[in-house]
Design a protein around this ligand. Structure first.
Ligand code: G16
Length: 543
């Protein structure tokens, strides 16, 4: 066998976004495109001799060929061992878990998360480091710079092993171990949660519907919920990963998981509904006729964490992304622990978790996680809720309403303007940025602006600064308007508008969310001209 050094030229735009490099499949499948990006990662890593790399993906179209290329490139670069999920399947949280448990130097995750798949859909790749978490911006910036000057990539001419059979194989002298996709992860879940209590809950007739959305959570959900915990067959729907996710959009929110919502709002609804996304790091929790917002879910898990074995010792702190509602802040203050506000992107939680400054993290974009790994974790969040339901004996909506009664309710919604033209979106953000500071103290409708800025974050661990992270207009009553551009889209620009209003009075906790937030939406429109500039009469998705 020999190692080929293949001449190549740089591809423009290989800059990782909020979570790795995401592009259309057609772009990724151009000869040399994936190879260049992987070469840039390996160049940035430096010496890898004797090290172990984890590789797996969410099963989307191009997952398996991509793994073959990566294995052959890893062999050419001197890795001692590559661990690959059987059939190429590893959820994002499972990769994080395997990296940590097996002492790997890092992992490559092949996923575009909730973005649609199939030949006309999206593909993505991201590198996670030895703590199991997404590489920090310093690393992804270095990778991007490396892509701009690449002249060659190195690849073995040996063939990569088939991915179907568990066991140890060789590729050009490098060991390739095909591992069970679920086992390490399921064992970790068994250490964190009271599986006996959850088993007893299901045995008592408790019913759940979990929607795998034909993405990667299916095998984990089948093995853990129906296998280990005894939930009845049929609990998991759409549980087989498909290359195109069955034509769906595997994003666990009330819009994309409409089938689950219909089940949970029907007269004979199960006790709890849940869904997870393409790579199984997101989650949505739905009670009977009540979808729990991700921001509330984080706050509720934090407030009740000591009921769960893995968190009995209490929390060191909570972290949330800036656009996520401030519900968790009130819990942190009641617990007497810090609440950190980071930019959007799970990578910003890594340092806080590594330093033991935060125990739970969460984001408005249906992501929740903890110190157990360094990624957000969809199945973990569902197990956390199941554990709470089992030990409190209360239904989901009672837990949520009791939480609001104690802490107040943060009415919250995100309005997405997807795939709008990039230039007017960028111009709108630039104008907002230029004018935002002048808004401080202004009277806007019934509100007075307390703070207005373009959010900037100084990491308390390494003092690195991330600026330009979103326009934030905070009112004196705590209400907020946030505007930022998505970093995960693959078509034009996606503008996200986040609206939040706090209501302490329990008599006012059952109002219509959009009506409560309408005055803030009107102010946002007046300040940004978003509808006119995007050429849209309203948002494409409201969650
Ligand atoms: C990624 C990031 C999250 C972020 C989300 C949305 O999630 O890991 O931190 O909240 O994208 O980002 P944006 O608003 O920039 O589109 P995932 O599940 O897509 O990997």
């Amino acid at each position: 066998m020999s190692i080929d050094t293949v001449a190549t030229t740089p591809f423009a735009g290989q800059r990782p976004g909020t979570s790795g490099l995401r592009k259309k499949v057609s772009e990724f499948m151009q000869p040399g495109y994936l190879e260049n990006f992987v070469q840039a990662i390996f160049d940035t890593l430096g010496a890898v001799h004797g090290k172990t790399l984890v590789v797996g993906g969410d099963g989307r179209y191009f997952n398996r060929p991509a793994i073959g290329i990566i294995v052959r490139m890893a062999a050419a670069h001197g890795f001692a061992r590559v661990l690959v999920g059987q059939h190429g399947i590893l959820s994002t949280p499972a990769v994080s878990c395997v990296i940590r448990q097996r002492g790997a130097c890092g992992g490559l995750i092949l996923s575009a998360s909730h973005n649609p798949g199939g030949p006309d859909g999206d593909f993505g790749i991201k590198y996670n480091g030895d703590n199991g978490g997404p590489a920090p911006e310093t690393f992804t910036d270095a990778v991007y710079h490396a892509t701009a000057t690449l002249a060659h990539y190195r690849i073995s001419d040996d063939s990569a092993p088939a991915l179907a059979t568990l066991g140890s194989f060789a590729c050009d002298g490098m060991q390739v171990e095909i591992i069970d996709s679920v086992a390490d992860y399921a064992a970790l879940m068994g250490e964190l949660f009271d599986f006996d209590a959850i088993r007893a809950l299901f045995a008592s007739g408790f019913r759940m519907r979990f929607d795998g959305m034909h993405a990667v959570s299916g095998p984990y959900a089948h093995a853990i919920f129906e296998g280990l915990l005894g939930a009845s067959a049929g609990t998991v729907i759409h549980g087989t990963p498909l290359e195109d996710f069955g034509g769906g959009h595997p994003d666990p929110n009330p819009v994309c998981a409409a089938e689950l919502m219909a089940i949970m709002f029907a007269a004979d609804a199960p006790d709890v509904g849940a869904a997870s996304d393409g790579d199984a790091d997101r989650n949505m929790i739905v009670g009977r006729a009540l979808a729990v917002t991700p921001s509330d879910s984080l706050a509720i898990l934090a407030a009740n964490a000591t009921l769960v074995p893995g968190y009995r010792a209490g929390l060191r702190g909570i972290a949330r992304s800036m656009p996520t509602s401030q519900a968790a802040d009130l819990v942190a203050s009641a617990l007497g622990v810090p609440c950190f506000e980071t930019p959007t992107g799970w990578k910003y939680f890594g340092n806080l978790l590594d330093a033991g400054m935060a125990t739970l993290c969460g984001e408005e974009s249906y992501g929740t996680g903890s110190t157990h790994i360094r990624e957000k974790d969809g199945v973990w969040a569902v197990l956390f809720w199941l554990n709470l339901l089992a030990v409190t004996g209360k239904p989901v909506d009672t837990i949520v309403r009791e939480h609001w009664a104690r802490f107040g309710r943060h009415y919250y919604s995100r309005h997405d303007y997807e795939a709008v033209a990039s230039a007017p979106a960028a111009a709108m953000m630039a104008e907002l940025r230029a004018g935002v500071a002048a808004l401080a103290g202004a009277r806007l409708g019934d509100f007075t602006v307390a703070l207005a800025d373009d959010f900037s974050y100084t990491d308390p661990v390494d003092q690195s600064v991330a600026s330009g992270q979103g326009i934030r207009i905070v009112m004196t009553d705590g209400s907020r308007i946030v505007l930022r551009l998505s970093g995960t889209g693959t078509e034009g620009a996606t503008v996200r508008l986040y609206l939040e209003k706090y209501e302490a009075d329990a008599a006012r906790h059952d109002l219509d969310v959009q009506q409560v937030l309408a005055p803030l939406a009107a102010i946002a429109e007046q300040l940004s001209g978003l509808r006119a500039r995007s050429g849209r009469s309203g948002p494409t998705v409201v969650t």
